[in-house]
Write a protein that binds this ligand. Sequence first.
Ligand code: HEC
Ligand code: HEC
Length: 353
Amino acid sequence: MTHRIKVVFLVMLVLASTVSSCRKPDSDDDDGGGGATCSGQVQMTPYTWYDPARFPKAEIPADNEMYVERIALGKKLFYDTRLSNNGESCETCHKQNMGFSASGVSDFDKGLQKMPLVNLAWYKNFMWSGRIVGTLEEVMHAELTKRFSTDFAKINAIQEYKDLFCRYYGTDNITAELMSKPLAQFMRVLVSKNNKYDRYLLGLQPLTLDEDTGRAIFFSERGDCFHCHVQVLATDNMLHNNGIDSLYAKDIDKGYFNVTGNPAHLGMFRTPNLRNVALRTEYMHDGRFKTLEEVVEFYDHQVHIGVKNIDPVMLKPGKEDGLNLTPLQKKQLVAFLKTLTDDDFINNAEFKP
Ligand code: HEC
Ligand code: HEC
């Protein structure tokens, strides 16, 4: 009990010191701005977060409460090329009309495919290999410091940003930690919840016969896709080896092994979210397939079932020589995958610059 009181006291102390350092701009902090000092946070409009029907509960970090103004600041940063030093903005590789993904693999990322940004509020494992585990704030920190090497002297010389951070976070000393916060908020509101399949689940719109048969293949032992690409979110957010490689010729093919060095983790990747999957122009971590038809061919008869750590789902009895789908069934599976395209999401004006 006494220990608990001590902890509470300590937390209060830390809180008190952060609050005071937010309110009073520290004169020792040479922010390089030279402009007016920050006079503190303004009143903001709370953003009412809700988990869409049938979605699990998302966890929002208590130290980054959502406000309409902070989300708008995050969006502004997302589209700003000044965050990088080579003319790129986040949008260069994450375009709304492609489900916040983009064509072509990324050289900076050693040939990894650009990832879609969707329903990240429900994730804990990030990146193809699952190399970041934690919060979106941590992912943003990595994108800023490791990818962009953001020049914070340059950012702190932009009076507009100094004003915005002062107003919405109570300090105008812009650091990578601070900038990660509004960016993470913008990432969180990129929610897709209204594709045709969502509407089908809510009883609002029927699927065509082909789509519905594809759905049945996807969600039955016949296709077994649902074990990893689960129901509403279309990913279990876990790491699996789906038998895509047996040799791991390229460094990036090793997946989670590159994080742990444990051979049992070779070729394991985080299950991708299949929302808006039909909008992508290449598939899998290295973009090796160009069409959904090719992906289905892979699952049908190209899975490397001899791989040591392959997910047991891929080895169920009856799958020794693949799924053996008929040409019509393959077509139907692709038709179902296309129902995951969310037109509301890719046209949502709130996500546009
Ligand atoms: C040059 C292209 C490029 C740019 C620019 C870029 N990204 Fe990415 N992004 C990627 C690639 C590639 C990955 C996957 C990297 C990996 O798996 O190691 C990724 C991963 C992510 C993820 C993880 C998604 C998930 O499902 O785990 C988020 C979130 C993200 N980027 C947001 C951003 C933000 C915000 C910015 C701007 C600050 C940004 N990206 C700039 C290419 C880019
Ligand atoms: C054992 C888990 C598992 C099962 C079962 C599974 N997948 Fe996957 N799926 C994955 C993983 C992991 C990846 C990423 C692999 C990579 O990038 O190399 C993936 C990638 C994909 C992609 C590419 C997505 C993108 O953005 O590049 C599609 C499409 C896909 N799967 C559809 C299916 C379909 C259809 C089925 C059923 C026939 C299925 N999956 C069964 C785990 C699974």
